[in-house]
Write a protein that binds this ligand. Structure first.
Ligand SMILES: *Cc1c(COP(=O)(O)O)cnc(C)c1O
Length: 252
């Protein structure tokens, strides 16, 4: 069962209290952390409710589901255009659609993907924000750049220079914490990600806009904020448990 608007309002208040407390502990401003509402497996009505509660940024795992909910431009309560973040791994044959529907893709881990996205974005005359996913938790099942190869990969992008991907803006790094049920277990990989991001931001050039860290979910957002996250991706705490038996992309 999906939450009602009132239920979502109280879940949002509880989440905001957690974010405020974490910001306080970290000595950071609330404005320095963007909340990305992860609406995967929740219907378009849940997105409408979220927008009514002030949501501006949404995260989707699957391109087809993102298209269903975010192909039509939507306006947020603050008058801005609602932004769609693709946060799941994108198969090569879905990159074109992803580039069209998304404002930001968090899960890029190859030059081949960048080359495809650049072509599509040039044709669309659009600039797309890119985050590189690092498998900092070093788990077999997780996609992303290998922790030992991430730095070399980023250096290879710097070597290509600023004219290689004029329609892509490299914004930072993304990771999924360790899924142990203990938030503290993710601290080390979040700190690793921050150090890597800071190092490349300092280089400027193609990394001049590399100021974003997408890390922290329902279970570990406090640790992520303490370690410098600028975008937390939260689904369950806002929308409730996902019903994986009911994919949203089944046409009704
Ligand atoms: C599903 C998902 C989330 C949201 O996770 P919750 O635990 O429900 O907050 C965040 N990031 C990614 C990459 C996801 O796939």
């Amino acid at each position: 069962m999906e939450f009602t608007l009132d239920e979502m309002r109280s879940h949002l208040a509880a989440l905001e209290a957690r974010i405020d407390e974490a910001c306080k502990v970290a000595g950071r401003s609330r404005e320095s952390v963007k909340l990305v509402w992860v609406s995967k497996f929740h219907p378009a009505e849940a997105v409408e409710n979220a927008i009514a509660l002030g949501a501006t940024d949404f995260g989707e795992n699957r391109v087809q589901e993102a298209e269903l909910k975010f192909s039509e431009p939507r306006t947020a309560k603050d008058g801005s255009r609602v932004r769609c973040h693709v946060i799941g791994p994108v198969q090569s044959n879905k990159l074109k659609k992803a580039a069209i529907v998304a404002d930001c893709i968090h899960s890029i881990a190859s030059v081949e993907a960048l080359e495809k996205l650049e072509k599509v974005c040039a044709a669309q005359e659009k600039v797309l924000d890119i985050l590189f996913q690092v498998n900092a938790g070093e788990e077999e099942t997780k996609s992303g750049l290998d922790i030992h190869e991430a730095e070399g990969f980023l250096e290879s992008l710097a070597a290509r220079g600023e004219t290689a991907f004029p329609h892509l803006r490299f914004r930072g790094l993304m990771t999924i914490g360790k899924n142990t049920g203990v938030a503290e277990d993710s601290r080390e990989c979040f700190a690793f990600l921050r150090n890597l991001q800071q190092k490349f931001l300092a280089k400027g050039g193609v990394f001049a806009n590399f100021d974003q860290l997408s890390m922290g979910m329902t279970g570990d957002l406090e640790v992520a904020i303490e370690e410098g996250s600028t975008m937390i991706r939260v689904g369950t705490a806002l929308f409730g448990e996902r019903d994986y038996s009911k994919p949203v992309n089944d046409p009704v």
